[in-house]
Design a protein around this ligand. Structure first.
Ligand code: ATP
Ligand code: MG
Length: 575
């Protein structure tokens, strides 16, 4: 971290500001933050950073954090999104108690504040079209041009604004604009629009309103109405801060929140843009917002991520003032670490190859003891059945093995985990296709795990499942949904978004479905959402959605290999 404050005090720069404000008396009593999503999509892992920050600071300083839906743009908003957002925040483990708010609750107040601005000569009704407003605005190097409607009298403005509200004018034919400074070097201050006419059904206020406030206007005033002390937002709002403060100042609302900007989360190989995520869903590239390949919180939950892992991740990436991109491997590291400590180990064969143990008595079954989690001394053991026919992984056998192949091959011996040592005696093939159909092996009865008197040393240990006891399951393996995502500042991102083609960026092989997998019988007890380590294969989660399906579906959460640790040790990580 290049932030000196962080080094000296262990506080991030926002905590530092908060402590200063408490010391200086700018903040009296406790702090009050808010998480302000727009209900126009599902939350993603980037939002989790903001949620952890806002709710986390409130917890740390014994303050409060509100949930406020910023629902000022009726055309894209829906209650489905409101519900999913609340579910996701609760799942992360945060609680807004009785402080659930909607910016639309303040429409009447916001209207009243606009009238205050008009009466002070600080706002006017403008007849320019949106294209004209844009062309009058100027650029970073050229000043703007004054609107010909800028000098309307207060009386006329009050009358026209009331008529805007009562539906006299067409959509888009007039706006209410703040009267600030068309020469300001900050284009946000060049008479921004604060109300537009839009006949659109609102998910909460229905058709009550045909004028809607703009975000830059509604946001600071909503903060003030809720007595927010620290309004934390992402860096792209830094240039909007003077406008934020101007609205607070000019409307004379008796509360002054302080806006603080932090760097948004970017993750390699991951798109965190609602627009793109929505397109993936609407165009049918994925199963839905909760597709396990999506970086949404509902997708991560369905995939098997835990709230703890996500919170640890948000904690470790820290809070900074400059944009950066975190490796996806870091997020995977966090869930792997959590599951390594907590997930039960089980055996599952994903690509089965049948083995007949020719010298094992037919119909005999032994229940062998095996450990549930060697990382957790309290996890105990369980019994797994062993019989004459077992499945092993197809890739654990090679007819003509290269050197250093320590798994099964003709004449070679391996141990079946927690069971016996077996030797491959014969390879049975389909006479027509030449494909291997099964292996005939023999076992050494003196080699039983924990009671081994065989004196044999074998190099390979394989996972396996007893064939007559196995549960058939479906396993879904995942890779990144999209080819590497462009990263960088938000402006670049905007450009990248415009030219973004899902067709070109999507990976056709991002999901592989294995329909004939065999799972050990203890998994008949698995509950939806349960997470396991399939020995030697990775972590998997029982699907929580298609529970009515005949065979269980398991999602691959992560593999066992931690590529993050390597990146971190080599000093090549971004953190
Ligand atoms: P939109 O593109 O629709 O504006 P948004 O991602 O900004 O999408 P909001 O619903 O406005 O979505 O976000 C709610 C809050 O989450 C905001 O305070 C926003 O700053 C924060 N947020 C959004 N994306 C990220 C991110 N990648 N990292 C950190 N915070 C984020
Ligand atoms: Mg936003």
């Amino acid at each position: 971290m290049d932030n000196p404050v962080e080094k000296n005090t262990g506080l991030n720069f926002i905590q530092h500001i908060i402590e200063e404000d408490m010391k200086s008396g700018r903040t009296v009593g406790s702090i009050h933050t808010r998480f302000p999503p727009e209900p126009n999509g599902y939350l993603h892992i980037g939002h989790a950073k903001s949620i952890c920050l806002n709710f986390g600071l409130a917890e740390q300083y014994q303050g409060l954090c509100n949930l406020r839906f910023d629902d000022t743009n009726p055309s894209k908003e829906e209650t489905e999104y409101v519900d999913s957002i609340m579910e996701d925040i609760r799942w992360l483990g945060f609680d807004w108690q009785d402080r659930l708010f909607f910016a639309s609750n303040y429409f009447e107040d916001l209207y009243r504040f606009a009238v205050v601005l008009i009466k002070k000569g600080k706002a006017y009704v403008c007849d320019l079209s949106s294209e004209e407003i844009r062309s009058y605005r100027g650029t970073l190097t050229e000043p703007g041009k004054l609107s010909p409607y800028r000098e309307r009298s207060i009386e006329e403005n009050l009358d026209l604004f009331a008529k805007m509200r009562s539906g006299v004018f067409e959509d888009g034919s007039k706006t209410l604009r703040a009267k600030i400074d068309m020469n300001s070097p900050n284009v946000n201050m060049r008479d921004p629009v604060i109300y537009r006419i839009l006949r659109s059904h609102h998910h909460r206020t229905g058709d009550t309103w045909c004028i809607y406030p703009m975000y830059d206007y509604a946001h600071p005033l909503s903060d003030a109405l809720e007595k927010i002390t620290h309004s934390i937002c992402t860096l792209e709002f830094e240039d909007h801060r003077p406008l934020y403060d101007w609205f607070i100042e000019q409307t004379e609302v008796p509360w002054k929140p302080r806006q603080i900007e932090f760097a948004r989360l970017n993750i390699t190989k991951t798109y965190l843009s609602k627009r793109i995520l929505r397109a993936l869903v609407e165009e049918g590239w994925v199963e839905g917002w909760d597709d396990p390949r999506m970086p949404t919180l509902s997708g991560l939950r369905r995939r098997g991520y835990t709230p703890e892992a996500i919170k640890t991740f948000c904690d470790r990436i820290g809070v900074a003032k400059s944009n950066s991109t975190v490796e996806k491997e870091m997020l995977e590291h966090c869930i792997r670490e959590d599951l390594n400590a907590h997930a039960l180990r089980v055996m599952a064969v994903l690509r089965p190859l049948k083995i007949v143990i020719t010298n094992y008595p037919e119909n005999q079954v032994e229940w062998l003891e095996t450990e549930n989690n060697p990382e957790d001394p309290t996890a105990g053991t369980r019994k797994i059945p062993f019989s004459r026919e077992v499945y092993i992984e197809e890739t654990d056998f090679m007819e003509e093995p290269p050197k250093k192949f320590f798994r099964l091959s003709p004449g070679n011996e391996v141990r079946l985990k927690s069971a016996y040592i077996i030797r491959c005696d014969e390879v049975i093939k389909d006479p027509l296709t030449g494909k291997i159909t099964e292996l005939h092996c023999s076992y050494d009865p003196s080699s039983k795990s924990n009671q081994d008197t065989s004196g044999k040393k074998v190099k390979g240990t394989l996972h396996w499942v007893s064939a007559p006891h196995a549960i058939r399951g479906e396993v879904r393996l995942y890779q990144d949904l999209l080819l590497d995502a462009p990263v960088g500042t938000d402006q670049e991102d905007e450009e990248a978004k415009k030219s973004f083609s899902i067709q070109e960026m999507i990976r056709p092989d991002s999901r592989e479905i294995l329909k004939e997998c065999y799972l050990e019988p203890s998994l008949s007890e698995a509950v939806p959402g349960a997470k396991y380590q399939f020995l030697r294969q990775g972590y998997f989660c029982l699907d929580s959605k298609n529970t009515a399906k005949e065979i269980p579906i398991y999602h691959q959460i992560v593999t066992l290999k931690d590529t993050w640790l390597k990146l971190e040790k080599s000093g090549k990580s971004n953190l």
